[in-house]
Design a protein around this ligand. Structure first.
Ligand code: SF4
Ligand code: ZN
Ligand code: ZN
Length: 309
């Protein structure tokens, strides 16, 4: 297989795009495509301040690398979740993220959840009896709250996450199976800023997971290979495996499913009827937007943890 651009031996063969590229041209192609998607979906401009949520994994570190190379003002945010599970998951991911930032002279904000709030994620999950052995529900609430808080407090215009196509399509499939139309209406490459919440963007949403792995490896980015230990056995992973089987038989199926969904969404198919549009409130404790009148789920969760500790 030869590189389409220069004819030398290809390093990456993307059957879904009928495109093979050598290392050099792949490392040019992926940031060029990212720049194209940032413009196409109107994610952000050159003068806006971007906060990249970095976990130490291949996607978020590659996203930060790409935005930096494209000349955007992109700083990082690392959330220390306090997940150990015998492999020192959080310690290792923090070390690799700090090393990445230091080597490139980038600004990284670190929020350690335990030293900020008194509990790590597994403890918080146990104290609040949420999650049934899997702290992902608690972790999701904390991550969302903290990303929004830091973006707002430090004046960032945009919050960028490293979700790739496989992430997006597995969530979409789950939402489709249960016809969660309101969630589908909110699944997009860009969510506009809303009353104190920064705009949210997913610049990698059209890249396959294997393309992102190839980028991180060929670029020489040191990232944490292990997934979070709590992700084992999750529905997302199950859907990803299913989708990989489909993709194997029909290259391009994942991308087509996602792009057709975006077209349908754009045409208004998934907008919830106006009478279901929920009013939003500001949490009286932390000020963040919430669907419920009264304190937000993060503040209620913290209070519950305090009352049980
Ligand atoms: S898999 Fe790990 S990082 Fe992801 S939500 Fe669950 S606990 Fe948090
Ligand atoms: Zn080439
Ligand atoms: Zn709150």
């Amino acid at each position: 297989m030869k590189c389409r651009t220069c004819g030398t031996k290809a390093a990456v063969n993307m059957r879904q795009h009928k495109l093979a590229l050598c290392k050099q041209h792949f490392l040019e192609w992926l940031p060029e495509q990212t720049a194209r998607f940032i413009k196409k979906y109107r994610m952000f401009g050159q003068h806006e301040k971007v906060l990249v949520a970095v976990s130490g994994g291949k996607d978020s570190l590659s996203l930060w690398d790409i935005l930096h190379r494209l000349g955007y003002q992109a700083d990082g945010l690392y959330l220390g979740l306090g997940i150990d599970e015998g492999i020192g998951y959080s310690d290792q991911s923090r070390r690799l993220t700090e090393q990445f930032a230091r080597q490139r002279g980038l600004t990284l904000h670190v929020v350690d959840i335990r030293s900020t709030y008194g509990y790590d994620i597994p403890t918080l999950s146990a104290l609040t009896h949420r999650g049934h052995n899997r702290p992902c529900a608690v972790c999701g609430v904390v991550k969302r709250h903290e990303m929004n808080r830091i973006a707002r407090d430090l004046g960032y215009d945009v919050l960028a996450t490293g979700h790739n196509l496989d992430d997006e399509v597995s969530v979409l499939l789950g939402n489709t199976f249960s016809w969660q139309v309101e969630l589908m209406a909110r699944q997009a490459p860009v969510l506009p800023a809303h009353d104190g919440l920064a705009r949210k963007v997913k610049p990698l949403c059209r890249f396959y997971e294997k393309e992102m792995t190839a980028y991180a490896l060929l670029r020489g980015i040191e990232y944490i290979y292990e997934e979070c230990p709590f992700s084992a056995g999750s529905t997302t992973i199950y859907y990803k495996e299913m989708l990989n089987r489909l993709e194997n038989d029909r290259p391009g199926a994942k991308l087509a499913f996602y792009l057709k969904f975006l077209e349908a969404r754009e045409s208004g198919l998934f907008q919830p009827p106006a009478e279901f549009a929920q009013p939003m409130y500001n949490c009286p404790s932390c000020g963040q937007l919430t669907q419920y009148e009264g304190r937000c789920s993060f503040c209620r969760m913290m209070e519950k943890a305090q009352s049980h500790s």
